[in-house]
Design a binder for this molecule. Structure first.
Ligand code: AMP
Length: 218
């Protein structure tokens, strides 16, 4: 199944995409993860992207689209994929249509995760990640066994620089202005399914899996 996971930062798209990948086998393509990897590896693309990411702004469309084009090429012949965090602008959505149409395929569904603004801010500000193995924790909802240390590899956990309060505000503003219009865009194409993203990850996953099974996922 070819899916897009849409929603504000912090709604849990990445966490749910990992679960869906584990259950159904469709690979997750997360532009945020790909960009953070490029930043860690200090590639030219990473150095360019870092400025926008640290400011809570979107990385320029041409940079992100080039990256997705390469990554998607690996998944187009497979059983499907989950795009997490892409598209984030109408231009990106149009480019995606073009890439898929070029291979004679289309998206099956866009899942729009809905969570209250208050919950989103709480989820983002408490998120901590491991700089070594990339595991993600939350100070309240998914605390590590030893405070501040990664359960998997013991490394000291860090807060993503774009999860600091000022940057969270900027990211949510960018979402409202540039990404939220995609809801109407995909609704008009009759591709959108709304999903209540509130509550524990397991409960959200149960709702999501039932939507996907309703769409024929096995
Ligand atoms: P995320 O992990 O999806 O919240 O992404 C982290 C940051 O990476 C965002 O705040 C943007 O700066 C950048 N980014 C991720 N995906 C995109 C995209 N599709 N278009 C532009 N910038 C992106």
């Amino acid at each position: 199944m070819r899916l897009v996971f849409l929603g504000a930062p912090g709604v849990g798209k990445g966490t749910q995409a990992d679960r869906v990948t584990a259950q159904f086998g469709w690979p997750k393509i997360s532009t945020g993860d790909l960009l953070r990897e490029a930043v860690r590896n200090k590639t030219a693309l990473g150095l360019e992207a870092k400025k926008s990411m640290d400011a809570g702004k979107l990385v320029p469309d041409n940079v992100v689209i080039g990256m997705v084009r390469t990554k998607l090429a690996e998944s187009l012949c497979g059983k499907g994929f989950i795009l997490d965090g892409f598209p984030r602008t109408v231009q990106q959505a149009e480019e995606l249509n073009g890439i898929l149409a070029g291979s004679g395929i289309d998206l099956d569904r866009v899942i729009n995760f809905r969570v209250s603004r208050q919950d989103v801010v709480h989820r983002l500000s408490g998120r901590r990640s491991c700089p070594k193995c990339q595991s993600v924790f939350h100070v309240d909802f998914a605390a590590p066994k030893v405070s501040g240390l990664c359960d998997r590899c013991g490394e000291a956990l860090v807060q993503r620089s774009d999860d600091k309060p000022e940057t969270i505000e900027a990211r949510l503003k960018v979402y409202d202005e540039q990404t939220a219009p995609l809801i109407a865009y995909y609704e008009a194409k009759q591709k959108l399914s709304d999903l209540d993203g509130s509550g524990a990850p397991g409960h959200v996953y149960d709702r999501l899996a039932s939507v996907l099974r309703g769409l024929g996922a096995k």
